[in-house]
Design a protein around this ligand. Structure first.
Ligand code: GAL
Length: 423
């Protein structure tokens, strides 16, 4: 049964898939039952955390075998498209990664997920996850996923040597300061801002909207009847256009964009803190760079005091071929041990409030304290504030804007996207 999922994904996306953990899965002498775990954590920096949880899962469940059903591609745009077609065809994996918030609410409303209240009761999970996070993954008192982490979207990563050589004294705290710094880097002959595929431009957009509008106005964009047509949005989109004009040629994914910063080809990148795992983890998984020396970070310009959050969570799809195996996986993802193995490598902080804080050092220590004290805003690209319809429409609008750079058309497309989102 697990095989049906594996066979179909393998056939449908042959070249795109990184079915990395097949091993002796389909044949050989291994009689363990496979559990297909779907995510998009195949790349450098992404896969390390997953591997750490997998080791705990296989240690605790000798009769089960982890099957890595990950689909490559940062931010899961390819993965999420495939997942949606598999769910619609009632061919779910055993468990999949879904973002807490509007994205997950979409799966719940479509009836694709089993309630996990039984697991929350058994493991007393309501005592260890923040209430506002549980609200994001619940409908009518039923909880539908297990959040494994909290990621931060609004981070400005930079190369201190490149800034110094360009005569920039520190990371810019405001959008005008950012534009001035980008200009200095350009004059110094380096790439001012590294950029990857289209979704990284959407990621940039969410951070520029937050920095330009401020937190209350950004958060209002996602409430019903919100107004995307006003002059402050025009101003924010104009800021986005200016900042985008300093981006280098788009590279294939967020890792090569991060590498441009780490290697000193580029000065800045605005990216989520999965980039920390990539910069910092030892070679093989990461780049083995030294923080504050080879790379450094600050809140993205104009967003100090606000944490733009997202959370990776695992689900139990209705009709999971290996339901018991999926529940065993969810137990690891929910556990303190699982979260403390996963998050320091993933570049995220634990969703559980009782994690071992001593394991979170350097950037992660800073970020844990930010999480405790900041205002909150939700990510667009990573599933918090906009359902899949809305996010896809925003993505399309950004794609067109990258070609024609027409702010008025862009704003109109965003007005329409909000109106038609059905959210
Ligand atoms: C996000 C996901 C993160 C990270 C990132 C880059 O959507 O929540 O865990 O994987 O994409 O791929």
């Amino acid at each position: 049964m697990g095989r049906r999922w594996m066979a179909t994904v393998a056939i449908s996306l042959a070249g795109l898939l990184a079915l990395s953990a097949c091993g002796d899965g389909e044949g050989g002498n291994d009689s363990r039952r496979q559990v297909a775990v779907f995510s998009w954590w195949t790349g450098a920096g992404e896969a390390d955390g997953l591997k750490a949880m997998r080791q705990i899962f296989e240690r605790d469940n000798p009769r089960l075998k982890f099957f890595d059903a990950a689909v490559a591609g940062g931010s899961g745009d390819q993965a999420r498209a495939l997942l949606s077609s598999k769910l619609n065809a009632n061919q779910p994996p055993d468990t999949f990664q879904g973002h807490a918030g509007a994205e997950l609410q979409g799966y719940i409303k479509a009836g694709k997920l089993e309630s996990l209240n039984f697991l929350y009761d058994e493991l007393k999970l309501k005592d260890v996850f923040p209430k506002q996070l549980i609200d994001q993954i619940s409908v009518q008192g039923q909880v539908y996923s297990v959040p494994v982490n909290i990621h931060r979207s609004n981070v400005l990563w930079f190369n201190p040597s490149v800034l110094k050589a360009a005569g920039i004294t520190g990371p810019p705290a405001t959008i005008p300061g950012f534009v001035a710094a980008l200009e200095k880097v350009r004059a110094a002959g380096k790439i001012p801002l590294s950029l990857g595929p289209q979704w990284t431009a959407v990621h940039l957009l969410e951070c520029v909207l937050l920095g330009s509008l401020g937190t209350p106005a950004y958060n209002r964009l996602w409430t019903s009847g919100s107004d995307w047509s006003g002059p402050e949005v025009t101003k924010a989109l104009t800021d986005f256009k200016t900042i985008l004009s300093y981006a280098g040629d788009p590279v294939d994914d967020w890792q090569p964009a991060a590498r441009q910063v780490a290697d000193g080809e580029a000065a800045f990148m605005i990216m989520g803190d999965w980039a920390y795992g990539y910069f910092h983890n030892p070679p093989d998984g990461g780049l083995g760079k030294v923080s504050r020396t080879d790379f450094d970070w600050a809140p993205s310009p104009g967003t100090d005091g606000t944490f733009m959050w997202l959370s990776d969570s695992f689900t139990l799809p209705r009709g999971a071929p290996s339901r018991d195996g999926a529940v065993a996986w969810l137990k690891v993802a929910a556990s303190r041990e699982g979260q403390d193995a996963f998050n320091p490598l993933k570049g995220s902080i634990p969703a559980r409030t009782d994690a071992d804080k001593s394991l979170y050092k350097d950037y992660l220590k800073w970020n844990l304290s930010q999480w405790a004290t900041s205002k909150l805003a939700g990510s667009i690209q990573h599933g918090v504030v906009a359902n899949d319809n809305w996010r896809t429409a925003i993505n399309d609008a950004v794609g067109l804007f990258q070609q024609d750079l027409d702010v008025a058309d862009f704003q109109q497309a965003l007005v329409e996207a909000a109106k038609n989102s059905g959210q």
